[in-house]
Write a new protein. Structure first.
Length: 231
């Protein structure tokens, strides 16, 4: 994951630029660790299959037991890394879109308090709201862009927004299955933090959403840079 080059004397405030850079580094680290954790899990899964075949008729199943024990720890680590990745990636997207919109509309820089608040994990509803900003219309076209580039970009953003909506539905399903008192409505789910509503014994709420969010988190700083350079 790269980060766009910015002129330190440009329209971004020091705190905006610093926050964007820091979140980008956090997302990069979490993404690489998640890929590494996934590779470990895949390797252990393959090892388990081999153990099952070799130890089908043996009194000494220690190979398989070892693989299973390690795999449980690997699965727990992968999930923990994914939740950390979600926290920083969702924040990077929300902060980036907020800065992008304010630069596009030539508004004053965000206050330090606002930037610090946006660096925290956003609720699912706040993330959904940010993904509803018409970024494709705010970013200037490039000469090499395809004729339907804006439409394709808007569709990609809409798909990610729909997946966040699906995540809210899954949070509601988990609460119902757990017979939890909260959340019970879509509005309540929108006010939830994903990391607090993804129990380890359930299917990960972030599946299908985290990877496209990684891509948007990388793209947004470059979109901000394109707006600045077009002025």
């Amino acid at each position: 994951m790269r980060f766009a080059r910015f002129d330190e004397s440009g329209p971004l405030s020091t705190i905006e630029l610093g926050a964007l850079r820091s979140l980008n580094a956090a997302v990069l680290t979490a993404r690489y660790e998640l890929q590494s954790a996934g590779a470990v899990w895949d390797r252990l899964q393959s090892g388990g299959d081999v153990a099952d075949m070799h130890e089908a008729n043996t009194r000494f199943p220690f190979y398989g037991e070892a693989v299973q024990e390690i795999a449980r720890g690997a699965a727990a680590y992968e999930r923990r890394v994914a939740l950390s990745a979600w926290r920083y990636t969702a924040a990077a997207v929300v902060l980036g879109i907020t800065v992008l919109q304010r630069v596009a509309e030539a508004k004053p820089p965000l206050s330090a308090a606002t930037v610090e608040e946006l660096c925290q994990e956003p609720t699912l509803g706040r993330l959904h709201e940010a993904l509803s900003v018409p970024v494709a219309d705010l970013v200037p076209e490039r000469e090499q862009d395809l004729p339907d580039e804006r439409t394709r970009t808007a569709q990609r953003w809409a798909q990610v927004r729909d997946r966040v909506d699906d995540a809210m539905d899954l949070v509601l399903e988990i609460a119902a299955d757990e017979d939890a008192a909260y959340p019970r409505t879509k509005d309540e789910a929108a006010g939830c933090l994903l990391t607090e509503h993804c129990p380890p014994h359930t299917d990960p709420v972030y599946h299908g959403v985290l990877e496209p969010l990684f891509q948007l988190a990388e793209e947004v700083p470059f979109d901000i840079s394109r707006i600045i350079k077009s002025r």
